[in-house]
Design a protein around this ligand. Structure first.
Ligand code: F6P
Length: 323
């Protein structure tokens, strides 16, 4: 197995579950280091239950993670498959997100063993599972930070623009924005904003108490929604309304930290389920959870099928922001 792409809290819990479940079925497990790089370079170690003791509560990943540009080439996929064949491995488990599954699918062209994916990313942008491993923790981390920003924003009666991660989806922004009571949420699902066309953002601020120097105002924004990011948008808002708007980019803090209970449980369930499904012959599938049931879903790099953020909450937020 390997962990690939952006690390996510709960990856360690998933590694642990895979190793423990495999041991219970007398299956040997090796873990490759630094994502697909370790697979290409043959950098691995055998994993036994004692290696995964007391890691369920740790963020990051025991196996390390990385992006792997080589996997964007046919040669990279072939090299990865050669390692799998030479080591006579029967199956490959990939814990990661969209890009990682793309790598797994490329390897499948050159490898006859079974391949399964496990959804591990804070972004939650993976079809076939209600939540990805790491998403719940990322929401709570962002929420904790926004609550703190609210304290200082209230004290100064200021406008803050908080930029959250999510790659190209608004799951974290919408969830943390709703849970923190943010006055506005900007996410890619609403379209990319253009400089000079900021009416939809500015109007609600002008109608709010903050322009009279009363109360605070927080805008939660997903990354990649404005050219130049939140710093540029905060400067443009400041110029447009004549009141200072401060930007705060939370960044990689959202990827770290001890996984919340929901992520530990999801990771444990999916890790165990993936091993059991391998034994049942599953191949080119992802182990996900829908309506509390573990289930298999065809392994894919989402592309057009991208999971949608909650339209109900998004609509509600827009309604109250403009009231
Ligand atoms: O996919 C997880 C994620 O944290 C995204 O939310 C973010 O856009 C990206 O990874 C950042 O990647 P990197 O750490 O490689 O800059």
């Amino acid at each position: 197995m390997l962990t690939s792409g952006g690390d996510a809290p709960g990856m360690n819990a998933c590694i642990r579950s895979i190793v423990l479940t495999a041991a219970a079925h007398q299956i040997e497990v090796v873990g490759f280091s630094h994502g697909f790089n370790g697979l290409i370079e043959g950098d691995y170690k055998k994993l036994l239950p004692y290696h995964v003791q007391h890691i369920i509560h740790l963020g990051g990943t025991l196996l390390k993670s990385a992006r792997c540009p080589a996997m964007h080439t046919e040669e990279g996929a072939k090299a990865a498959a050669i390692t799998l064949r030479q080591m006579q491995l029967d199956a490959l488990l990939v814990i990661g997100g969209d890009g990682s599954f793309k790598g797994a699918l490329a390897i499948a062209q050159h490898y006859k063993g079974q391949i399964l994916g496990l959804p591990g990313t804070i972004d939650n942008d993976v079809d076939g599972t209600d939540a990805t491993i790491g998403y719940a923790t990322a929401i709570d981390t962002a929420l904790d930070a926004i609550d703190k920003i609210r304290d200082t924003a209230d004290a100064f009666e200021r406008i803050f623009l908080v930029e959250l991660m999510g790659r190209h989806s608004g799951f974290i922004a919408l969830s943390a924005g709703i849970a923190s009571g943010a006055e506005q949420i900007i996410c890619p699902e609403l379209g990319v904003l253009k400089p000079g066309e900021l009416d939809a953002v500015i109007r609600p601020i002008q109608n709010a108490q903050v322009v009279k120097g009363k109360s605070s105002y927080i805008i939660v924004m997903a990354e990649h929604c404005y050219p130049g990011g939140s710093t540029a948008l905060a400067a443009d808002i400041t110029k447009a309304i004549g009141i200072e708007c401060r930007a705060c980019v939370l960044g990689h803090i959202q990827r770290g930290g001890s996984p919340v209970g929901a992520d530990r449980i999801l990771a444990t369930k999916l890790g165990a389920y993936a091993v059991e499904q391998l034994l049942g012959g599953a191949h080119l599938m992802m182990a996900g959870e829908v309506n509390h049931q573990a289930c298999l879903y065809p392994l894919q790099a989402s592309g057009e099928h991208k999971k949608r953020i909650d339209p109900y909450l998004l609509r509600w937020q827009q309604q109250v922001a403009n009231d």
